[in-house]
Design a protein around this ligand. Structure first.
Ligand code: NAP
Length: 251
């Protein structure tokens, strides 16, 4: 399938590691021009290669979002695709988690993406070929399998994807999302947990993931590049589960 992404200009937040890095590499393979955002300069430099430009910034800080978007557009001239991938988990049970931690999670997993999406959409609206925004949430935004802060902020992201998808399709911008299940990669949480307690984590996989294994970053990235392409022209406001059957509640 020709995805026709050659020379498209793509910004991936959290593109220095894990799923985001896999997404950046998948776009690069399609011939796109890619920028990645992260806080840690050493990790960004390690992920830098021909065709991938790095932009250091913290997506939870408004000034950084403004500066990164400006630097990106100055560098590439425009933006065709935004992937809001930066995210993470904090807190524990609701009673043991402070309101400040809930706020932090909302800023990282949700509000940063809202602001960057608005900035990207403002630029994409002025282009004849529109654009695509892809939000990385989680099946836990539907199934409550993670920490309460994480579930709530990812649920907000899924809802936002629907609303903004409906709003922006009128301007030729498709907003969609991917909700990954449990993905194993070198720097990720699952790798740490697997090393700490292999018996527990292997039985979790057997019991909860229909496919009987963790997913890979490439399996998520494949769906993201498809959603960014014109081949997904009738997919609007959707968040696709990419989870080996893990979301068996089937919401
Ligand atoms: P990861 O390995 O922890 O990588 C996170 C990436 O985001 C890194 O590049 C990190 O770089 C960047 N990042 C984190 N906070 C940032 C901030 N404030 N500003 C800018 N960049 C920031 O995570 P992952 O496992 O690849 O997950 C990527 C996304 O998929 C997240 O949204 C996560 O919630 C979602 N997800 C993951 C899984 C899974 O099983 N791994 C499952 C479902 C959904 P710096 O630390 O240098 O900033």
């Amino acid at each position: 399938m020709n995805l026709d992404l050659e020379d498209k200009v793509v910004l991936v937040t959290g593109g220095s590691k894990g799923i985001g890095q896999g997404i950046a590499l998948a776009f690069l393979e399609e011939g796109a021009k890619v920028g990645i955002v992260g806080r840690n300069l050493a990790d960004l430099k390690a992920a830098q290669k021909e065709g991938i430009k790095i932009f250091q910034g913290d997506v939870t800080i408004a000034e950084d979002r403004e500066r990164v978007m400006e630097e990106f557009v100055t560098n590439f001239g425009t933006i065709d695709v935004l992937v809001n991938n930066a995210g993470g988990s904090n807190g524990s049970s609701v009673m043991e988690t402070s309101i400040e931690q809930f706020e932090e999670a909302m800023h990282l997993n949700f509000l940063s993406a809202v602001d960057l999406s608005k900035k990207a959409a403002a630029i994409m609206s002025g282009k004849s070929d529109g654009g695509a925004i892809i939000n990385i949430s989680s099946i836990f935004g539907r199934e409550s399998g993670g920490k309460p802060t994480y579930n709530a902020s990812k649920a907000a992201m899924i809802s936002f994807t629907k609303s903004f998808g409906d709003e922006m399709i009128k301007k030729g911008i498709r907003v969609n999302g991917v909700a990954p299940g449990s993905i194993l990669h070198e720097t990720g949480n699952w790798k740490k947990r697997l090393e700490q307690d292999p018996v527990k984590i292997n039985s979790f996989v057997e019991e909860h993931i229909s496919a009987g294994r963790f997913g890979t970053v490439e399996e998520v990235a494949n769906v993201v590049v498809f959603l960014a392409s014109k081949k997904a022209s009738w997919v609007v406001g959707s968040t696709l589960n990419v989870d080996g059957g893990q979301s068996y509640s089937n919401f």
